[in-house]
Each structure stands twice: as C-alpha cells, then as structure tokens.
Design a protein around this ligand. Structure first.
Ligand SMILES: C[S@@+](CC[C@H](N)C(=O)[O-])C[C@H]1O[C@@H](n2cnc3c(N)ncnc32)[C@H](O)[C@@H]1O
Length: 253
C-alpha cells in the first residue's frame, strides 16, 4: 500500500484533526518468530519514512471519553508517537504506553521531553513529570501482569496483528471499578482512498468487540457503544466522512 493509502492525520495532512489510520505495511509469517520480528521491523520502517506520522494531538474520542474520569493508572496499547499518553499524563494519569515500534517510542519520549520543557515555562499547561513509562512489546504476546484504572487502545489496526487477542488482553487488564476504552475505524466507513487495504478483518464493529471481549457479561457495564462520524482529508486533499467505533465499558467493582 502507499503511505497515504489510508491515513488522514499525518503531520502534513491539512484540515483534519485526527487520523484515519493506515494499518501499516503488510506482513507474511504472522504467528511465528519471524512474524513477531517483522511486526517491529515493518512498523519501524514505516515510522522512519517520515519525521512524524501522526498529528501530535490526542485522539478526540479519548479526550471525550476519558476527560471526565478520575485519574489513576492507565495503559495505552499501541501508543504510536505518544500523543494520547502525554495527554493522559497531563491530566494526572500515570501511564504505561506500549508499542512494538522502538522508533515510535523514541519519538514519543522526545515529545514527552518537549512537553516537559514547555511546562517548565508554562506551568499552567499541566505537569506530566515522569509519569509515562514507554514500553516496547509485541501485543501478539505481551501480558501486562497488573491491572489498570483505564485501559485504552486507539486504532490498533495492523495487517500483521489480529485485533482479538490484544484487545482481550486490554479487557483483562482493567481493574474492578476501572474503564476499558477501545476506538477503531468502522469497517463499513473507511475512506474511499483506503482501497489498498487488503482486508476488513483488521477492523471491528462495536457489536463484534462486545461479543469477542465478553463485554456483555455481568461483570461489565457498557457505558458507550457508538459509531461517531468524523470528517477527514485525503492525501490529495479529498474530503470524506469516516466513522470511529467507540466502546467504553466499566468493570464492576
Ligand atoms: C494505526 S497506529 C495507531 C497509533 C496510535 N494509537 C494513534 O492513535 O495515533 C497502530 C500502532 O500499533 C502499533 N502496533 C502494530 N502492531 C503491533 C504489535 N504487534 N504490538 C504492539 N504494537 C503494535 C504500531 O506500531 C502503531 O504505532
């Protein structure tokens, strides 16, 4: 696929606040050691292709859904260049942010340091201190080993990673009383220039998420299950409206 096949909020894309995320480079050999190495190598390559891939702004559904939560310990799965983790930290959260790409994580850490430097001048913007732990791991295998007040995963779409397993890991990592927030591109509302995408299987509807993660079980309270439209601008300046699947659920105490 081309770099722009499916992505809107890259740093140089005009007029859109947030991404229509490209799912990254293709991969063969998923499920064996080669696949795991390739996931990191291919995402590193993609990130290296530009100085900045994403907009640097937090995802709007995160801001909307987590903005009213009491800060605690958060886990961000597939954190990319770190804008969501930094936003959470600026709002009082201690964050563990996981991604397979060391290039993305180095960039994220750089953005964190820049935010810290700005805060030393403009303290009113918030203090993120050292509350973000950037962690390189492959979500095909990684298990957190602890539970969190908030687990968020935004647009974890990747040709070499089936969403079911990492998002089940996400759900299992929510503390009793904590919140799960999963956001993705609606499979039926992808932008027209995403034609290079080989499959819809990397995307999910709210219904599929709920069923696969067992969020209809008595231990969960479903707070939000919706699809929200969002205007995006394509690589050639084309306009389109896509939709984000948003599922927010609380694990009952
Ligand atoms: C479409 S990007 C979304 C990034 C970020 N959440 C955002 O909204 O800007 C998908 C991210 O998933 C990461 N990723 C892909 N496969 C992964 C894997 N197997 N384990 C961990 N992260 C992975 C990529 O490196 C990339 O940063």
């Amino acid at each position: 696929m081309t770099e722009h096949a499916f992505h809107q909020h890259e740093a140089d894309s005009p007029g859109s606040h947030q991404a229509a995320h490209d799912a990254g480079p293709g991969l063969s050999g998923n499920g064996d050691g080669q696949g795991i190495r390739d996931a990191a190598a291919l995402w590193d390559e993609r990130y290296r292709s530009k100085p900045q891939i994403w907009s640097g702004k937090p995802n709007p559904q995160l801001v909307r859904e987590a903005g009213g939560l009491r800060a605690g310990h958060a886990l961000d799965l597939g954190c990319g260049e770190g804008a969501d983790a930094i936003w959470l930290a600026q709002h009082g959260w201690t964050v563990t942010a996981v991604d397979v790409s060391t290039v993305a994580l180095e960039r994220a850490h750089g953005h964190e340091k820049a935010a810290l430097a700005r805060e030393s001048v403009h303290a009113a913007e918030g203090a993120i201190a050292s509350r973000i732990h950037w962690r390189q791991a492959d979500l095909e295998e990684w298990q957190p080993g602890e539970q969190y007040d908030l687990v968020t995963s935004q647009f974890l779409h990747s040709q070499e990673l089936a969403w079911q397993k990492p998002l089940k890991t996400a759900a299992a990592a929510v503390k009793p009383g904590g919140t799960l927030l999963v956001v993705g591109h609606h499979p039926d509302r992808l932008p027209p220039w995403g034609g290079a995408h080989p499959t819809h299987e990397m995307f999910y509807t709210g219904e599929q998420l709920i069923q696969e993660l067992g969020l209809d079980a008595p231990e969960w309270q479903l707070e939000v299950q919706t699809s929200r439209e969002r205007p995006v601008t394509g690589p050639e300046g084309q306009q389109a409206t896509i939709a984000d699947v948003v599922v927010r659920a609380s694990r009952l105490p």
